[in-house]
Design a protein around this ligand. Structure first.
Ligand SMILES: [Zn+2]
Length: 111
C-alpha cells in the first residue's frame, strides 16, 4: 500500500487533496478520549491544518512510519483549584499584594 512512500495525500480545506511530506505530519492521540488528530502544512497554500482522523487512518499513518504523539490534558487544569498558591517572597507588602491577587513576579520583572 503506502509503505516506503515519503508523501501522503491529505485533504486541505482550501486546496482539496494535496501531497505533504510524511515527516511534516504530526499525529496526536489523546490518552483520555483516544481521539486522534493529524496536523500538516499544506504544500500548496502553506496553511497548517489539524483534522480529526479515524482509528483506521491512525493505523495507515503508523504503517507509513509516523509515530503518534500521545498527550493528556495538562494536570494544572485539574489541580489549580486544589493546590495552594505559591507563596510570595517575603516583602512587607506581600500580604497586601496577596489580598489583591497581585502578580508580583511580572511586577518585579518589569520594574
Ligand atoms: Zn492548501
Amino acid at each position: 500500500m503506502i509503505e516506503s512512500v515519503e508523501f501522503v495525500t491529505v485533504q486541505c480545506p482550501d486546496c482539496g487533496p494535496a501531497l505533504v511530506a510524511l515527516e511534516a505530519v504530526n499525529l496526536r492521540i489523546n490518552r483520555e478520549s483516544d481521539r486522534a488528530s493529524m496536523a500538516f502544512p499544506c504544500m500548496i497554500c502553506g496553511i497548517r491544518t489539524s483534522l480529526p482522523v479515524s482509528a483506521h487512518s491512525v493505523i495507515t499513518l503508523r504503517k507509513a512510519g509516523i509515530e503518534p504523539v500521545y498527550w493528556t490534558y495538562p494536570r494544572e487544569i485539574f489541580e489549580r483549584q486544589l493546590e495552594p498558591r505559591e507563596p510570595f517572597p517575603a516583602l512587607s507588602v506581600g500580604g497586601l499584594m496577596r489580598e489583591l491577587e497581585f502578580d508580583i513576579d511580572s511586577f518585579l520583572r518589569s520594574g
